[in-house]
Design a protein around this ligand. Structure first.
Ligand SMILES: [Zn+2]
Length: 371
């Protein structure tokens, strides 16, 4: 299994400045190569491939000696990132997305990491060293597992430095079978409701942090552009963002672990992609959904569990007892059916998600058994 391990790293000003310099040079290379591709297309209708650009790298390093200390693998990775940006753009065009988003030139805050492969760095106890940059202190809060494939060094928006080890062949940690399955409804009112009738509320700290964030954003908006005070205010906003992000992540991990510990299969409603975020509540719900879903899936893989997305087909309207449709808009929180079933709206959805998931699952097993 593939997995990433992230740690914060610390160093003196001199080393940090060197790392900053690498970032800047990588960013300039990125922007120049983007420019080269754009010009070639505008003037000669030619597309330049990532391989053509890679071939020129040794030449480029000779012409610009400031690049000579940066490993070739790191520079190749810059070109691959640009190529990926192009591929994503073409994919969006092909899919007919409204905003295809042509690859952009990267400003200072928009290019924040560089990558090394197996060489050019060393991890030795409390220290992490990058050749031609220097030594960082690192605290391995949890051990690195598997085989390290690449490392990525990044500066986050509050100017903290981090290293990410991307590993392969990370051993699985299967959990014992429970012979239980569960359906999960993700909501706006409560974070989730499961098919056993349990609810997990949105924790209050989200709101508290949101308030802090809004306050700091207002202060930032009153600061003069490109002033020192503005930069300080910007870092405070970034720190508030970070706090919300980390709290939300910890919360998602906790919920995911609990669901997977108790169940072999988790059925979860497939997220409908809304074309426009008409209201904030909904967009925030979607952000939370994606974050939670990704964690749930990654944790499930590690634990040998299954997470199955179930298409949302009237899951909130169908009666989980008799199957008829009981129309209700979002403000109606109780499902009240003529068959006598009166239960919480989200609980009813979770029961439908479980049943629908199990029946789809059963159909699939039948088809594969017939083939
Ligand atoms: Zn009913």
């Amino acid at each position: 299994m593939k997995k990433s391990f992230n740690y914060r790293i610390y160093s003196n000003i001199e080393t940090i400045q060197k790392a900053e310099k690498w970032l800047n040079l990588c960013r300039q290379l990125y922007n120049n190569c983007l420019k080269e591709r754009i010009i070639a297309y505008k003037e000669k209708k030619e597309s330049i491939s990532v391989y053509q650009q890679m071939e020129k790298l040794p030449h480029f390093k000779k012409a610009f000696p400031e690049y000579k200390h940066i490993s070739s693998q790191t520079l190749q990775d810059v070109l691959q990132r640009l190529d990926k940006a192009y591929q994503n753009f073409f994919r969006r065009v092909k899919n007919g997305s409204e905003k295809a988003g042509f690859p952009r030139f990267k400003g200072y805050h928009r290019y924040d990491s560089f990558t090394l492969k197996q060489t050019g760095w060393k991890l030795n106890g409390k220290y992490f060293t990058v050749k031609n940059i220097g030594k960082f202190k690192i605290k391995l809060s949890r051990p690195i597992e598997g085989t390290i494939k690449t490392i990525t060094i990044s500066r986050n928006s509050s100017n903290k430095w981090l290293v990410c080890f991307s590993c392969d062949k990370v051993p699985l940690k299967p959990l014992p079978k429970t012979n239980k399955e569960i359906g999960v409804d993700m909501g706006c009112e409560s974070f989730l409701t499961d098919s056993n009738g349990n609810k997990v509320n949105n924790p209050r700290f989200f709101k508290k942090s949101q308030r802090l964030l809004t306050g700091r954003q207002q202060k930032l908006s009153h600061k003069k552009k490109s002033s020192n005070l503005r930069n300080k205010a910007r870092i405070l906003v970034a720190k508030a963002h970070e706090k919300v992000f980390n709290q939300r992540k910890d919360f998602h991990f906790k919920i995911a672990n609990q669901l997977l510990k108790e169940n072999d299969i988790v059925y979860i409603e497939k997220l409908k992609l809304w074309k426009t975020f008409r209201n904030l509540n909904r967009s925030m719900r979607d952000v939370a959904w994606f974050g939670f879903f990704n964690i749930l899936k990654a944790k499930a893989e590690e634990a040998g569990r299954e997470v199955i997305e179930v298409p949302a087909r009237n899951t909130s309207q169908i009666c989980s007892n008799c199957g008829i449709i009981v129309l209700k808009d979002l403000s109606v929180r109780v499902h009240n059916c003529s068959c006598g079933l009166v239960i919480d709206r989200d609980y009813n959805s979770a029961l439908n998600i479980l049943r629908l998931g199990q029946s789809l699952q059963g159909a699939e097993t039948l088809v594969s058994a017939m083939n």
